[in-house]
Write a protein that binds this ligand. Sequence first.
Ligand code: HEM
Length: 475
Amino acid sequence: MNFEISIQDLIRVVGIFASIYVLKCVYDIIYIAYFGPLSKIPGPKVSHLTKFYIGVKQINGQRWKWLQNEIVPKYGKIVRVSPEIVLFSDKDIVKQELPKNRNYERLRTDEKYSTLFTARDKEIHKRRRRVLSPAFSIKHLSSLEPFMHTCTNDLIAKIDGEISKGGGKAVINIYLLIQYNALDVIGETAFGGSFKLVTNGNHPMPSKVFSELRRRVMRSLFPFLKPFLKQDPYIIDFINKIIKQRRQESSHKKDLLQMMLDTKEDGLTDFEIYDQSIEFLIAGSDTTSFTATMIIIMLVKHPEALEKLVKEIDEALAGIGSEGPTHDQIKHLPYLNGVINEGLRLFPTSRGPGKEATEDLVLGGYFIPKGTLVIANTLGLHLSKEYWGENAKEFVPERWLEPEKLTPDCFIPFSAGARNCIGLNFAWMELRLTIATLLYRYNFKDIENQEIELLQFITPSLKSKEYNVVVSMRN
Ligand code: HEM
């Protein structure tokens, strides 16, 4: 018998197997999209078929605009936005404590090592949070306040200089200055010293860290690109040098970096400190600066609210001269806190903490199989007329003056539960100090008809990267 197989026969056999494989894939995709357990959940049919549809929106920064303006209004509080992702804007469902989803792993420097933000395992997260919490406690925050003042003083010096150059008034790009200020604050508190961005306008470190973040997102969306998306050695060298120097000189600076270096029980290794510092820069700068910028923009667009706030700050600081405020002097001001809450409500920086169903669940009447990514739609909650009334989309700081009239559990700018923002008090202190210092010292005037288009890759930003306001000294 002759068992010889010709090349043509071989090609035919391979072809048959390849066709079966392709048919199986097509069947799986169609089954998951239209007949699987999530198929009953409303949502755009095309995004049920492939995760690349939403992936492309994510890459060009349009994901959340698309969801908020088109998808959620059309499909409602529970929407399937990809074969495996369901978005929830129901306050009772969002409240459920579920573990973080697998996508966070892909944001790690090294997939084997988690940071506080990217930890998924409950015990690992608990341990890391216990080690880092003292650095963010109210008690330690007062040690961090002088570092914030150092940066605010740079900001004032910069704006004063512009006003004096302009002969009494100046047009400043508030978006950029506040962004630089927030990066300087993180530099001052977590990297050994301010990046002096407000003063000098550049420093390679922050932009390199944000490029690294974009690489991580690309790696997470397209894992096959990993070999081409390696970490920039500059970042590693920069932080390692500071850690080495600190270890040698036994510094007395009580900043976040030193708190991490001083951890004893369950202490952090140099790699973990390096990783955590980068995370603070990513999580703690654009979030705070975007919020502060949008608050200033809202204030200049609502002169009556601006006037009310300036009056409150002036009364609280009467007699302190030209000195900027301390946190103690302003932390209980009801209108200031209302303005900040309203900014956090209308412009949440995290549009949706991502969780995962680790077992089969029923949420909002739908069966959610194990492995489904469950995303809280923060903006959806924050702008819901059902929860906030007819003026839900308007800037109304007064609503916070009567907290008993607000619906509970539908305000989650810092997320909630065990995975809420560890930097919450830090952010509040920075927001209060920045806004009160600026309004106490300067008049702000809007320049109308500027574009306010938002893009969101990780945190949101202004597409134009600028918002100009006219500033002059107050008497
Ligand atoms: C207005 C400013 C801020 C906002 C709105 C904000 C918001 C948030 C949100 C929503 C989360 C949960 C995200 C998720 O689960 O995907 C989070 C977590 C986190 N934030 Fe913030 N954040 C702000 C400022 C800061 C600052 C200043 C720092 C540090 C210096 C910081 C560090 C972190 C860290 C490390 C986590 C992970 C916490 C954990 O999982 O235990 N954030 N933040």
